[in-house]
Design a protein around this ligand. Structure first.
Ligand SMILES: Cc1cc2nc3c(=O)[nH]c(=O)nc-3n(C[C@H](O)[C@H](O)[C@H](O)COP(=O)(O)OP(=O)(O)OC[C@H]3O[C@@H](n4cnc5c(N)ncnc54)[C@H](O)[C@@H]3O)c2cc1C
Length: 431
């Protein structure tokens, strides 16, 4: 049997493995750390006496590539589905963006007209714009940022602040001024206009390792795939059998084909036999996500999560016994110390009546400094395709040119594309 190695055991690598196995190819995954998951991960925290996520992740019904990796049983066991679109924004008083479950796509218009911050005229302007996107009447906005594009299409400041910005920050981890409009247009289409299920918000029931990663590992191992941990790849050399893959500890693994499912910045550190694509990935820039897990004496949050307006805090998730607070696009807080960040979070939670005093029992602050690449207009140049200039080497990862932002769905899609390309290579008549 032809041998395939996947370098990197994040969602992209695991997705590639699942798809290869479905085609009868049994891959070996080489993962540099001691666990799979990459940026979709959790760790045990003794103060909380539970597993904490490196940052809350949410999925959506439009994550069809991701959902296709799981069996229905795994979905039922591991995810909580919020069937109708329901997002609560707080500014002391709550605004609810809530689309009823039925009458798709009219239910989206109902959500706009019920959404309190918008006037009737605002809702009409948003509705007309969405309808034009739905009917493909909006030209491809290549090279434009989202702010310019939305304004060109009659979206005023209120619509941008209350409707579009939370979606841009949440899905793209950057601001409307930086975000690329072509990627955002794709997001609007995927979320709102694929099917009624697309707007469903999917929240992991457990920590990320348990809900998202372990089920994939189960599937992979039980189908005959393998994963090797603490296996950091440093160099690839061409050989008559394909490639020799050199590991940091001196071991050598050989393979006929390779999927490199590592982030762009990690790819730059691996010595390669030749250039893989015309641009290097150094032009990609990255953005921080700051997460604070907080155990307090008492908190008041009925919902699974709320978004904040006019606040440095973007989302607060109700984790049952504690809160998880998320600041996206958080480069401004990269250098702040824990005390400053904690004080900021406490004051925002107090202002929004989520907590009543500053009685913190435990907290954990996580700064993921390269949480996502910034999907700005420049990023398109540096996002490589799965097929490379070096036959036998394929790329995967949320940063590759899937057209999606850095998300689990982008990673899952990239893994499938790379697996398809390998299958095609193995099934060419002369191989
Ligand atoms: C805090 C945070 C919150 C997020 N929230 C969301 C969300 O709500 N929804 C959403 O869809 N997405 C979210 N994301 C984005 C999502 O986590 C990523 O897009 C996805 O996990 C990327 O997967 P990947 O496989 O492409 O890369 P990675 O997860 O980075 O995986 C790459 C793997 O390669 C390994 N590796 C690197 N170098 C080597 C080497 N030399 N040899 C061997 N192995 C190597 C790494 O250890 C890692 O395991 C969030 C990310 C963060 C950090």
């Amino acid at each position: 049997m032809k041998k395939t190695v996947i370098i990197g055991g994040g969602v992209a690598g695991l997705s590639a493995a699942v798809h290869l196995l479905r085609k009868g190819i049994k891959p070996l995954i080489l993962e540099s750390t001691k666990k799979a998951g990459g940026r979709t991960t959790s760790f045990f925290d003794p103060d909380f006496n539970s597993y904490l996520d490196n940052g809350q992740h949410i999925l959506m019904g439009c994550y069809k590539e991701t959902l296709s990796l799981y069996t229905q049983n795994q979905i039922d066991e591991n995810f909580h589905l919020q069937k109708s679109l329901r997002i609560i924004y707080s500014e002391k008083k709550r605004f609810e963006l809530h689309a009823p479950e039925y009458f798709y796509p009219l239910n989206l218009a109902i959500a706009l007209f019920r959404y309190k911050p918008l006037s009737f005229i605002d809702a009409v302007a948003a509705g007309i714009f969405m309808k034009r996107v739905f009917l493909n009447l909006v030209k491809n906005p290549s090279g434009k940022n989202v702010l310019v594009w939305l304004k060109e299409h009659g979206q005023n400041n209120k619509l941008i602040t209350y409707l579009w910005e939370p979606l841009i920050i949440g899905a793209m981890n950057t601001t409307p001024e930086k975000a690329d409009a072509a990627i955002f247009k794709r997001i609007i289409k995927e979320i709102f206009f694929t099917s009624n299920f697309s707007t469903t918000i999917i929240i992991p029931k457990h920590d990320l390792l348990t809900s998202l990663i372990l089920p994939l590992l189960d599937t992979i191992i039980s189908a005959g795939g393998q994963i090797s941990y603490s296996a950091q790849v440093t160099k690839l050399i061409k050989s008559d059998r394909g490639f020799d893959i050199l590991l940091k500890d001196g071991q050598v693994v050989n393979s006929e084909s390779i999927i490199m499912a590592v982030p762009g910045h990690a790819l730059e550190k691996i010595e390669l036999p030749e250039k893989l694509h015309s641009e290097n990935t150094r032009g990609l820039t990255y953005s921080t996500i700051l997460s604070v897990h907080l155990k307090v004496r008492e908190f008041h949050l009925k919902e699974d999560f709320v978004g904040f307006h006019n606040s440095p805090v973007h989302w607060v998730f109700n984790k049952g016994s504690y809160l998880s607070v998320v600041i996206s696009d958080a480069d401004d807080y990269k250098e702040n110390d824990d005390k400053e960040i904690l004080n900021l979070i406490i004051s925002e939670l107090l202002k929004n009546d989520i907590i009543v005093d500053n009685n913190v029992l435990s907290y954990r602050i996580i700064k993921e400094k390269r949480a996502t690449f910034v999907p700005d207009c420049n990023s398109l140049r540096y996002r490589a395709s799965s097929k490379t200039l070096s036959p036998g080497i394929y790329l995967a990862g949320d940063w590759t040119d899937t057209g999606l932002p850095a998300t689990i769905e982008g990673a899952a899609l990239s893994g499938r594309i790379a697996a398809d390309a390998i299958y095609e290579q193995f099934n060419q008549p002369n191989t």
